[in-house]
Design a protein around this ligand. Sequence first.
Ligand code: EPU
Length: 425
Amino acid sequence: MDIFRIEGPVRLSGQVTVNGSKNAALPIMAAAILAEGQSSLAGVPRLSDVRLFGDLLQTLGCRVERDADEPMRIDASVISNPVGDYEIVRKMRASICILGPLLARCGRAEVSMPGGCAIGDRPINLHVRGLRELGAEIHLKNGYVIAEAPKGLRGASIFLGGSFGSTVLGTANVMMAAALAKGRTVVESAACEPEISDLANCLNAMGARISGIGSPRLVIEGVPHLHPVQYRVIPDRIEAGTFMVAAAITRGELKLVNCRLDDLMAVVDKLRNVGVTVEPTADGCVVAGTDHLRPTDVTTQPYPGFPTDLQAQLMALLALAEGNSVVIEKIFPDRFMHVAELNRMAADLRKEGPAVIVAGVKNLVAAPVMASDLRASAALVLAGLAAEGTTIINRVYHIDRGYERIEERLNPLGAQIFREDAPAP
Ligand code: EPU
């Protein structure tokens, strides 16, 4: 098992190109199921989650191929086994987004029910509700969600809001199923995340008829068939935001290329609020840190609000602000596994229900810490860059799920991150 040894503190400078979006790529890979034939997807990041999703598609009967620097090719001419196996789904909850496309394409799907994880319970009641409204019969058997639509799916009016707002992958599932349903579907309280807009644009490029893209009201006119597509996924706004915080926390200066600033308005606003400079460029921005970081309050919200996927990283930054900040998590109220680990690095964080009070400290101090989930781990890497001494991060496979060889991206900018074998127990 790999660990990271990070020597700090460092000051980052230089240019970094943002990769394609993981959370756009995964549902778009699932969308390939909807069309007989070979789709070609450019900009798909090389991440362990993407490889696992490719494996999942292969178990369904798809052929997934990828050569160096080439687009990923998914041949969905035959779907021989519409079953999302427990062994894969338990490793990656995003697997649930094959449910809608399998149901639409095959009239039947069995997908292992995803369990909870380090960031919370992760229910799928809204996915199920939406697909039932489209005419699916759904029940649970031996831990599998069994969905059937023997008479085909039909358009419906669907409200997809839940207690924590809209659902990203729930919207993806319903939109993909409705694309091939008979008649018109209206989804109210749809997720507005850029990844959902990217999926909708990809579906339209496959012949779907979706309007209202980017708004909470999607209108989907069902079509009888979709065709394979050549498509490029959008840049990863969460990776971009992580690099922005990397510049800020090391008081460095980074130029981000292939970064859509429009997708990051809430993040840019918060960073400017604490004294970080963000200057737009033609295809990205330049981010520069400050010696006097101001505290702030931040609440995570569905897009266009501040993303939960950058909460941990911003908290690492606020740990070094000159004063007290408050971070409130409204999407996954238990997503605070990084708090105890950052405190091991001499941060002063106090959890109060779904909020964390961050008392700024002058310096972070290196320590051995444990990666728990993807974004929490990213926060530990950022803290390690700023901390005095040698930080050891265990279980870096969590980071590899969403950041492609992060050490090879950050080391040319001045970081000193070394991937090493964990010492034998
Ligand atoms: N929820 C329900 N019922 C449902 C579905 C969701 O109550 O049927 C609740 C969730 O428990 C949560 C809220 O609704 O409180 C939002 O969850 P959502 O369904 O939007 O999350 P998701 O679609 O499972 C995606 C991303 C996550 C990201 C969230 C929120 C992918 C593959 N995953 O998950 O990304 O945090 O949206 O933006 O797109 C990550 O990349 O690290 C990551 C966890």
